[in-house]
Design a binder for this molecule. Structure first.
Ligand SMILES: Cc1cc2nc3c(=O)[nH]c(=O)nc-3n(C[C@H](O)[C@H](O)[C@H](O)COP(=O)(O)OP(=O)(O)OC[C@H]3O[C@@H](n4cnc5c(N)ncnc54)[C@H](O)[C@@H]3O)c2cc1C
Length: 854
C-alpha cells in the first residue's frame, strides 16, 4: 500500500484484551484511531497460545472484563480455569457484541515508529507499507507475546516437526504414536506435557529448572467467589482493584516462622485444596520477603512432589531448590507430576546432561543421542519488553527505546518514558503487569490513558512526557520494592534472566496492584505530578516524586492509620508507658544472641535496671552502653530489645541497655546524669561483665541518642571514662529551636511535632533546653569527642537537628560517618524483622560499632 496521508488521534498496536478495550473507549470518547494487529483475529495471548492444555490460572470469576456489566449476564464460563478455546471465544464474543472487528486491521504488523518533534506527531510504519501519523501512540502489544528464540545449537537442522507453544498451529497437532521431545518446563510446558503424554508413544522432557506447580482442581467456579460477586459485584471489583494482586484475597497476618512446621503445612494444605494460584503464596505474610519463611512453603511443595512421583530420583529432580516459591512464576497443572509415573515418559536433567546439539533426526545430549519425530519448544517469552522493543520506536533526538533500555527499562509508572512523548505502554515494565490478574491491570491502564487523553484535549495540550526526576524516582521506588523481597535471588523471566543479553533487573512492579493504582491516582490528582504537558502556547509541569517513603514503611504507616489509635500526647505518661509496653509485646523478638541477663547498677540517684546482651562468640567483648528511645518519658530495655539483640548479634559487641530515670517524675538532667553514671559503672565493672574496659562505646536511639551524645560529652569533660565511639540513631540534639524537618515531617510519620513537644515539656523547661546536657548541639565545643556513627532518617522530624549535629562534629574535627537513610522515618530502622528496608542500615550501624574498637 502507498504512503498514507492518514492522520489520526491515536494509533493502537495489538488487539488482545488491552487493545480491544482501548478501541472501545476511544470510540466512546470520540478520538479518531487505527488499531493494528499482527494476527488475524482478536484475543492476543489466547489467539496465539493454542497448545494442548493452555488455560488461565486465575479463576474466571476474576479473569474477565469488568467494564461491560452486561457481559456478566451474557457470558457464562464453563470452568473455574477456562481453557484457551473458551477464552478466545469470549474475546470474539466481546468483539462481536461491541462491533470491534470493524475497527481493527488484522495481519498488520507495526515495524517502526518515529517521533517528529516539529509536528508533535508519531509516524507509524506497518508491514503493509503504510505510514500513519498520530498524536498518541499506544503499545497494547502484551507482556508475553514474543516467544523466546531457543538458544540451542542446531535447531535449524531438525527435519522432523517443530512446534513452539506460543505459536501453536491453529489446526492442532496429533502426536499419536510419535516420539516427542519437550524442551522447557515453565508454565506452557507444565500445562502441555500431560496432554502430549496422552498421545505420544515416547515422551522425553528436557528440564533446566524444576518449577513449583500445584493442581488446578478444575471444575465449577469457586462458590465463595461466585456468591460474593452475586451479592455485590461493584464492591468485589473495587476490592480487586485495590488488592495486592488484582484478586480479592484476605492479606495474611501470620508469619511462617511463628508457627510449627506441622501447623504451617496444615494451613498450606487448606490453601492447596482451594486450587487457586494466589492462595498458597498468600498463606503467610512473609514468604515473599523472608527466605526462611519462603522455605516453609517450598518444602511443602517439595513434599507434594514426593507424594506423587514414585521414583524418588525423578521426584528430587522435579523439586525446586534453587529458587524460592513464587520468585519464578508458580504454575497450575492437571496431572503434571503424575505424568512422570508413566513408563513411556522420561525426564532429562539438562544440568547433568546438557543438550550438545539438535540434529537432523533428534537431540544429542550428555553422552546420549535420541531420535524424535517432533520437538516442542516450551521455552517461554521475551517477556515485558520484547514486543515493545521489537516495534523499533525512535523518540526525541533520534534515541531508540532499545538503546535507552539497554541496561533495563526506564519508565514512569510503567506507562510512559522520558524522551518518548505521547507514547503509552499498557502493562509496561514498572507496572504490576505479570505479577497481577492482568485483566485488572489492563483495564486500569486503559482507563488512565483514556482519561489523560480526554484531559489533554479539554485543556488544549498537545504533548505529555514524564520528567527525568519522576522517571528516576519511579525506578528507585521500583528497586526499593524489589529489594525488600527475595525475588531478585531467582534467575526468572521477571528478572530478564531467561533471555541471553537481557539486563538483569526486576521488570514488573512488585509493590502491589492497589498501591500502584493509588500512586497513579495521586499523580493525576496532583496535577499530573512528574509530567510535563505542553502545547505551542502553554506548559504545565508539577515536577516531583510520587513515592519517596520506603515501601515497607509506607505499608506500616497505612496499617497504623487503619487502627485509629489515639495520639500519645493526649495520654498521661502512665497511659503512654502502658501503651508503649503493649505495642512492644506484638513485635518479632529479634535474633538470638549468646546470653541475655538482667541486673541493676547504681545510677546518679539510686539503682537502675539494665539488660545485658552477650554475643554467642567467646569473650571478652567490646561493650556498648545503650540508651533506649521514648522521649525521656517511656521506653525501657524491653522496648528496644529487638534492636539491642540485632546490634549485639551483628557487631559481636556486648550491649548493656540501661533503664535511665524517666520524666516527668525525674526531669532534666536525671536522664543525662544516669547515662554518665551507668557509663562509669560499666567501665569499672567491664571485666566482671565479660567486656573490655578500654573498648567501650555509647549508643542510643532518639531520646536515648540524646542521652548517649550527652554522656559522651560528659565523659570528655570529666576526664573519662575514655570511650571509643558513639553510635547515634535519630538523636535529639537541639531542644532550643525549631528545625525545618519538625514542620516538614511533623505530622504523618509516627513521631509527630506535637508528640516531640509533649516529650520536651515533660523533660525540660525552655531554659533548661539551652544546656548542652539537654541539647548537645549547643555545646561550646564538640572537639575531642569520639568517632561517631550518626544515622538520620529522611522523614523524621528530628532529621535536621541530627544532620546539624553530624556537621558540627565534623567541623570540630571529629571522625564522623553520617548515613541519611532515604525513605525512612523515626522508628523504622528499629523495627527488626518487620521492615526489611531497615536491615542494611542496621548492618552499617553494627559495622561502625565494630569499627570503633579496631
Ligand atoms: C499461556 C499464558 C497463560 C496466561 N495466563 C494468564 C492468567 O491466568 N492470568 C493472567 O492475568 N494473565 C495470564 N496471561 C497473561 C496474558 O498475556 C494477559 O492476561 C492478557 O491476555 C494480555 O493481553 P494484552 O492485550 O495486553 O496482550 P496480548 O494478549 O499479548 O496481545 C498483544 C497483541 O499485540 C500484537 N502485537 C504485538 N506486537 C505487534 C506489532 N509490532 N504489530 C502488530 N501487532 C502486534 C500481538 O499479535 C498480540 O495479539 C497468560 C499468558 C500466557 C502466554
Amino acid at each position: 500500500m502507498a504512503q498514507s496521508d492518514v492522520d489520526v488521534d491515536v494509533v493502537v498496536v495489538g488487539a488482545g484484551f488491552a487493545g480491544m478495550y482501548l478501541l472501545h473507549e476511544l470510540r466512546k470518547t470520540g478520538f479518531s484511531h487505527r488499531v493494528l494487529e499482527a494476527g488475524d483475529d482478536v484475543g492476543g495471548t489466547w489467539y496465539w497460545n493454542r497448545y494442548p492444555g493452555a488455560r488461565c490460572d486465575i479463576a474466571t470469576t476474576d479473569y474477565q472484563y469488568s467494564w461491560d456489566p452486561e457481559l456478566h449476564e451474557q457470558w457464562q464460563w464453563s470452568e473455574k480455569h477456562a481453557a484457551q478455546p473458551e477464552i478466545l471465544r469470549y474475546a470474539q464474543f466481546v468483539a462481536k457484541k461491541h462491533d470491534l472487528y470493524s475497527g481493527i486491521e488484522f495481519n498488520t504488523r507495526v515495524d517502526g515508529a518515529q517521533w517528529n518533534e516539529v509536528a508533535k506527531r508519531w509516524s507509524i510504519h506497518t508491514s503493509t507499507g503504510e505510514t500513519i501519523t498520530c498524536q498518541h501512540y499506544v503499545m497494547a502489544t502484551g507482556c508475553l507475546s514474543v516467544p523466546k528464540e531457543p538458544d540451542i545449537a542446531g535447531t535449524e537442522k531438525f527435519t522432523g516437526n517443530v512446534y513452539v507453544t506460543g505459536r501453536w498451529p491453529h489446526e492442532g497437532v496429533d502426536f499419536t504414536g510419535k516420539r516427542v521431545a519437550v524442551i522447557g518446563t515453565g508454565s506452557s510446558g507444565i500445562q502441555s506435557i500431560p496432554h502430549i503424554a496422552e498421545q505420544a508413544k515416547e515422551l522425553v522432557i528436557f528440564q533446566r529448572t524444576p518449577n513449583f506447580s500445584m493442581p488446578a482442581f478444575n471444575g465449577p467456579a469457586p462458590q465463595d467467589r461466585v456468591e460474593r460477586l452475586a451479592a455485590d459485584r461493584v464492591a468485589y471489583q473495587h476490592e480487586a482493584r485495590y488488592s495486592g494482586t488484582g484478586v480479592p484475597l484476605e492479606d495474611s497476618t501470620v508469619s511462617a516462622l511463628s508457627v510449627t512446621q506441622e501447623e504451617a503445612f496444615a494451613m498450606l494444605e487448606k490453601a492447596w485444596q482451594k486450587g487457586e494460584l494466589l492462595s498458597l503464596g498468600n498463606t503467610f505474610m512473609d514468604s515473599a520477603i523472608n527466605r526462611k519463611a519462603n522455605d516453609v512453603v517450598a518444602e511443602f511443595m517439595r513434599m507434594k512432589v514426593r507424594s506423587v512421583v514414585k521414583d524418588p530420583e525423578v521426584a528430587e529432580l522435579l523439586s525446586p531448590y534453587k529458587h524460592g516459591y513464587g520468585t519464578k512464576r508458580p504454575c497450575m497443572d492437571t496431572g503434571y507430576f503424575e505424568t512422570f509415573n508413566k513408563s513411556h515418559v522420561r525426564l532429562v536433567d539438562l544440568n547433568a546432561s546438557p543438550i550438545r546439539s539438535i540434529t537432523e533426526t533428534g537431540i544429542d545430549f550428555g553422552k546420549e543421542s535420541m531420535e524424535f519425530d517432533a520437538i516442542v519448544y516450551a521455552t517461554g517469552f521475551d517477556a515485558m519488553t520484547g514486543a515493545i522493543v521489537n516495534a523499533n520506536i525512535t523518540g526525541k533526538n533520534g534515541v531508540t527505546l532499545k538503546n535507552k533500555w539497554e541496561h533495563g527499562p526506564l519508565t514512569y509508572l510503567g506507562l510512559t518514558s522520558v524522551g518518548f512523548p505521547n507514547l503509552y505502554m499498557i502493562t509496561g515494565p514498572g507496572s504490576p503487569s505479570v505479577l497481577s490478574n492482568m485483566m485488572v491491570s489492563i483495564e486500569q491502564h486503559v482507563d488512565w490513558i483514556r482519561d489523560t487523553l480526554v484531559y489533554m484535549r479539554e485543556q488544549g495540550f498537545e504533548t505529555i512526557e514524564p520528567t527525568p526526576l519522576a522517571e528516576e524516582g519511579w525506578r528507585v521506588h521500583c528497586t526499593d520494592c524489589a529489594d525488600i523481597t527475595i525475588f531478585q535471588e531467582a534467575n526468572s523471566w521477571y528478572m530478564g534472566a531467561n533471555v541471553p543479553g537481557k539486563p538483569r533487573v526486576m521488570f514488573p512492579y512488585i509493590g502491589g496492584v492497589g498501591r500502584y493504582r493509588m500512586a497513579c491516582e495521586e499523580v493525576v490528582n496532583k496535577g499530573f505530578l512528574g509530567f510535563e504537558l505542553a502545547s505551542s502556547t502553554k506548559k504545565q509541569c508539577n515536577d516531583g516524586l510520587v513515592r519517596e517513603v520506603q515501601p515497607d514503611v509506607d505499608m506500616v504507616l497505612d496499617f497504623i492509620s487503619t487502627l485509629n489509635l489515639p495520639a500519645m500526647e493526649t495520654m498521661t505518661p502512665t497511659e503512654a508507658r502502658a501503651f508503649s509496653e503493649a505495642s512492644s509485646a506484638m513485635r518479632p523478638s529479634g535474633p538470638e544472641v549468646g546470653e541475655i541477663s538482667d541486673g541493676v547498677l547504681p545510677g546518679a540517684d539510686g539503682e537502675l535496671q539494665y539488660r545485658l546482651y552477650r554475643p554467642a562468640t567467646p569473650g571478652p567483648h567490646p561493650i556498648a552502653v545503650y540508651f533506649h528511645g521514648g522521649g525521656w518519658v517511656f521506653g525501657s530495655h524491653t522496648s528496644d530489645d529487638p534492636l539491642c539483640r540485632d546490634l549485639c548479634a551483628q557487631s559481636n559487641t556486648l550491649i548493656v541497655s540501661v533503664n535511665y530515670r524517666h520524666a516527668p517524675e525525674a526531669p532534666f538532667p536525671a536522664a543525662a546524669e544516669d547515662g554518665f553514671a551507668a557509663l562509669k559503672w560499666v567501665h569499672a565493672n567491664a571485666g566482671a561483665l565479660g567486656g573490655i574496659a578500654d573498648h567501650i562505646a555509647v549508643a542510643g536511639w532518639s531520646a536515648g541518642g540524646n542521652v548517649a551524645a550527652v554522656t559522651a560529652q560528659m565523659s570528655r569533660d570529666n576526664g573519662g571514662p575514655q570511650i571509643s565511639g558513639q553510635l547515634l540513631l535519630c538523636p535529639v540534639t537541639d531542644g532550643s529551636q525549631q528545625h525545618a524537618s519538625h514542620k516538614e515531617n511533623g505530622e504523618r510519620f509516627i513521631l509527630t511535632k506535637s508528640l516531640m513537644e509533649w516529650f520536651w515539656n515533660h523533660y525540660a523547661t525552655p531554659e533548661q533546653r539551652k544546656s548542652p546536657q539537654a541539647s548537645p548541639l549547643l555545646a561550646a565545643s564538640l572537639a575531642g569527642l569520639p568517632p561517631t556513627m550518626l544515622v538520620t532518617c529522611q522523614f523524621d522530624p528530628l532529621r535536621d537537628e541530627g544532620n546539624a549535629y553530624a556537621r558540627a562534629l565534623m567541623q570540630a574535627g571529629v571522625k564522623v560517618e553520617h548515613v541519611e537513610a532515604r525513605g525512612h522515618i523515626h522508628t523504622s530502622i528499629t523495627m527488626v524483622d518487620m521492615l526489611p528496608s531497615g536491615a542494611p542500615h542496621r548492618r552499617e550501624m553494627a559495622r561502625a560499632l565494630r569499627g570503633f574498637f579496631s
